[in-house]
Design a protein around this ligand. Structure first.
Ligand SMILES: Cc1cc2nc3c(=O)[nH]c(=O)nc-3n(C[C@H](O)[C@H](O)[C@H](O)COP(=O)(O)O)c2cc1C
Length: 175
């Protein structure tokens, strides 16, 4: 897909088919994430956990109910949830959040390019960090904690509409 068209086609998908994405699509998405810029080039301070196990996805949704109420559906039924974890750097607070944002956007654009839906997930991360049993199931290396996530899958609604590329963010220019 032409690059600006891919940007215009990406939008948050909040309803997914149960059909899983292929391993090839997943690989493309992971490679796109790994090509993202990371502060100090410290790729060893970020970690990706790919969750495609329905039992674990359901456990995350169930645990979310304790935080967000009984109707919580933070993963929107997506069959793939990728958690980005980071190792905090005391001299550069929050850099792992910025790293995760770059990684996620690359993955979201790669997904859009293949006609897949995705959504950036921040809210559910607090659930993972609060539920020590769930956290254990992520099997993270020492010193890492989840910072952001992305849900990926086939949208139940066809993704056909390009968004208009316009200045939704206020800018000022100094020449
Ligand atoms: C840092 C960040 C956190 C977000 N967290 C969530 C989230 O927890 N749940 C959700 O449904 N969407 C989340 N979103 C998606 C935004 O709501 C969405 O990107 C925004 O409304 C623009 O819509 P679009 O993605 O369709 O262009 C998040 C987006 C960003 C960048």
């Amino acid at each position: 897909m032409e690059f600006m068209k891919t940007i215009a086609m990406r939008k948050s998908t909040r309803s997914y088919k149960t059909e899983q994405i292929s391993d090839e699509q997943l690989n493309t998405i992971i490679n796109a994430g790994c090509a993202a810029p990371v502060g100090l080039g410290a790729y060893d301070t970020v970690h990706l956990t790919i969750i495609q196990n329905r039992g674990l996805l359901d456990k995350i949704t169930k645990s979310s109910a304790k935080v967000f109420g009984p109707n919580a559906n933070p993963l929107y039924g997506a069959p793939t949830f990728i958690v980005i974890s980071g190792k905090p750097n005391n001299s550069l607070p929050n850099i792992e959040l910025a790293d995760a944002a770059c990684i996620i956007e690359n993955m979201a654009l790669a997904a859009a390019d293949m006609g897949l839906g995705s959504v950036y997930l921040f809210g559910v991360i607090s659930v993972l960090n609060k539920d020590k049993e769930l956290l254990k199931e992520l099997n993270l290396p020492d010193g890492f904690a989840p910072v952001s996530g992305i849900a990926i899958g086939y949208s139940t609604e066809p993704i056909t509409k390009e968004k208009e590329l316009k200045q939704t963010i206020k800018t000022n220019t100094i020449k």
